[in-house]
Design a protein around this ligand. Structure first.
Ligand code: ZN
Length: 128
């Protein structure tokens, strides 16, 4: 018999109270982990990306882009072809290899809209 959700939450809450961590290692370009609440741990079984995104305060789209770009920060300028430039932002090496690097930190910087050197390093892009 599968225990119901309330019983699972109660059991996991008890484990957490005695010092057990509910830690997961979501997919990503780096080894990283998250410690979940009992409720999140249960939801993680059926919706891991949704739990990770909600836990970090980012969208699933941001989480996926972080994975697709291997955590790099790409230029926000729009090229003549109408596509995003996608060159790496110079000077972000230290951010990428920060041991605490995770999609939330990536998204916070990404939202600033920086551009590559060719596109002036300006914020919020611009036409090339
Ligand atoms: Zn650019």
């Amino acid at each position: 018999m599968i225990p119901n959700r309330d019983d699972l939450v109660e059991a996991l809450t008890y484990l957490c109270e005695v010092g057990v961590d509910l830690t997961v290692m979501p997919a990503g370009p780096f080894d990283w982990h998250l410690t979940l609440t009992p409720q999140e741990a249960i939801d993680y079984m059926t919706d891991p990306d949704g739990v990770v995104a909600r836990h970090l305060g980012i969208s699933i789209g941001e989480l996926n882009t972080w994975r697709e770009t291997n955590g790099t920060y790409l230029c926000h300028a729009i090229t003549h072809q109408g596509k995003r430039c996608r060159r790496v932002i110079p000077g972000t090496y230290f951010l990428i290899y920060d041991p605490a690097h995770n999609p939330a930190k990536w998204a916070a910087f990404e939202r600033l809209g920086h551009c590559c050197t060719q596109h002036g390093g300006r914020r919020n892009g611009g036409a090339s």
